[in-house]
Design a protein around this ligand. Sequence first.
Ligand code: AMP
Length: 370
Amino acid sequence: MSKTILPGSTIGILGGGQLGRMMALKAREMGYRIAVLEPKSGSPCGQVSDVEVVSGYDDRDGAKKLAEVSDVITYEFENIAHETASWLEENAYMPQGGELLRTTQDRFVEKASIQQAGLKVAPFQKVNSKEELIHACEEIGFPAVLKTRTGGYDGKGQWVMKESSDIEGIEFPDVACIVESWVPFQKELSVIVTRSVTGEMTTFPVGENIHVNNILHQTIVPARIDESIQEKACDLGKKLAHDINLVGTLAVELFLEGNELYVNELAPRPHNSGHYTMEACETSQFEQHIRAICGLPLGSTELLKPVVMGNILGQHVEPLIESISELGSAKLHLYGKDEAKHNRKMGHINFLASSTEEAEERMTRWKLWQ
Ligand code: AMP
């Protein structure tokens, strides 16, 4: 049953990180009130919310409290306990449901469901021991990568094996894993698709993503790819969204190899590679998400200007503050996190220009990332 949630209502967000913060800021502009559930008060999202429910993500009482004060519930990260998601599905209005969360929490289930939708993924197998890993690698070949089924992000919980002798050096983790073949990609891309409770659907322009040490460093838009790949990526995103009955936002991470697109990973929420939309598109991914779950018409995703998004990690904060005069007209977003730990995502900057080359040149001229 879909409802229209009007401005003045309260949106409850599970998770208090930067994605929740950027959703909340946009929703407040649109006249909504925000409640957030997060174990610590004063979180990036808590700072800009009307109500903070300070509670563990798997605490039933916390979920109940959030439900009591919210007219609609959404989430900003995928590792929400099954029990909490199921309880909210039954006892509150959470139009995104819990199914996609359950799928994307487990790499094996996720890849199987992508395959079921008729899309390509790198060959993979589940493995629970070193013996199974050796056996699977005989079939899959090398290079290959071992990944934990749950809990990994930014390359954590991953072991790359270039040849069979590399298996010896791996201490098999104490958790269920998958092994998949390494895709010799030319580019990493992502497409963000949004589907409203009404079934209306949009995709944002494809982003070209550059990672450094497995962490997203830059997103370049328009991606430097053929129009036909652009279309293929958007069609694939829409097909997936349709197949899984998506409500809300889905980020689809892709590898481009030759003319083939392989799906690497799904994120059932706004995504770091979509931060460029905040100034470069007519509607941002955060506004679109709010519109989708509230049953408002979706906005135009048209790209207004070429853009390069650069992530600010913990180690970039001090140099950023010292050289803030270099910012020029670039758009700075900081997430209100107090501890600037190494590699922690602290903010991002959008460089808009008349071409991606110029935007990139502005970014690299500022020696922040060297
Ligand atoms: P993930 O956590 O699965 O998104 O992996 C983090 C990064 O590792 C990706 O963005 C890729 O750069 C790289 N990677 C992971 N799996 C593969 C693969 N099967 N083939 C090539 N690169 C990969």
